[in-house]
Design a protein around this ligand. Structure first.
Ligand code: F6R
Length: 237
């Protein structure tokens, strides 16, 4: 595991954008795994800038997002589909058919989970996966206790995760109770993983990861068993 300590959120975003730009330049038809939330917003801004200034092209890129809420319309303001369009997809030359997020509004959610892993496999597997980390060590929506061998599945969100995500909704009661998330095993299949975390709130989680103790009670710790992970982190206590 490679550790890169940064001083600012902007620096974290730039370092992460460098890794993603390099991947896109070296393999223009890369399969990228993407995340939502506060952590990647700066990196997406940086990638948009590079698309506009340096013609970094997403034309043949395929993306698979980690997760989506259950029960929200795709175009709902709080959906991850909307988040990704407002932060990245609307501003680059990605082809709509190359954008993949789990469909949380389908009648058969179980079939959707199986189909999502299948779609990733058919595309050739994820070359580079972006992750954030929850204060409890979750990756994707895989909360503490999730089996390490989990594939894409439907999860019940913990109260702490629902409270943290309430900022994206008009009222905390509107935060869905369930989500579809790539499983820990689906994430571990990526060839390379970059995890970004900035700020005081995330430092305990980063310390736990650094301790090297692998346990299902701290989902991100499974990343210690992956051969190609970079953690870009920073923030002061
Ligand atoms: C988002 C995701 C989550 C977030 C994590 C950190 O797609 O799967 O695991 O990465 O909750 O969120 P932020 O970046 O908002 O602190």
């Amino acid at each position: 595991m490679k550790w890169i300590e940064v001083n600012t959120y902007e620096e974290m975003s730039e370092v992460a954008a460098n890794i993603f730009s390099k991947q896109i330049q070296e393999k223009p038809d890369s399969i990228l795994g993407l995340a939502t939330g506060g952590s990647p917003v700066g990196m997406y801004k940086e990638l948009v800038k590079r698309h506009q200034a340096d013609r970094l092209s997403f034309k043949n890129i395929q993306t698979f997002n980690l997760d989506e809420y259950v029960g929200l319309e795709q175009t709902s303001p709080a959906s991850y589909w909307t988040f990704m369009h407002e932060n990245l997809f609307n501003f680059v030359d990605i082809q709509p058919e190359n954008i993949h997020l789990p469909n949380g509004k389908t009648a058969d959610l179980t079939a959707e989970c199986v189909a999502y892993d299948e779609r990733i496999k058919e595309a050739g597997g994820i070359d580079l996966q972006l992750l954030g980390i929850g204060v409890n060590g979750h990756i994707g929506f895989n909360e503490p206790g999730t089996p390490f061998d989990s594939m894409t599945n439907i999860v019940e969100l913990t109260e702490s995760t629902r409270t943290e995500n309430a900022i994206y909704f008009n009222d905390p009661s509107e935060v869905p109770t369930h989500a579809i998330t790539m499983g820990i095993q689906s994430i571990m299949k990526a060839k390379e993983i970059v995890l970004i975390a900035f700020g005081e709130k995330k430092l305990d989680a980063i310390e736990k990861l650094k301790s090297g103790h692998v346990t299902e009670e701290f989902p991100a710790s499974q990343l210690l068993n992956h051969p190609n992970v970079t953690i870009i982190f920073g923030g002061t206590k």
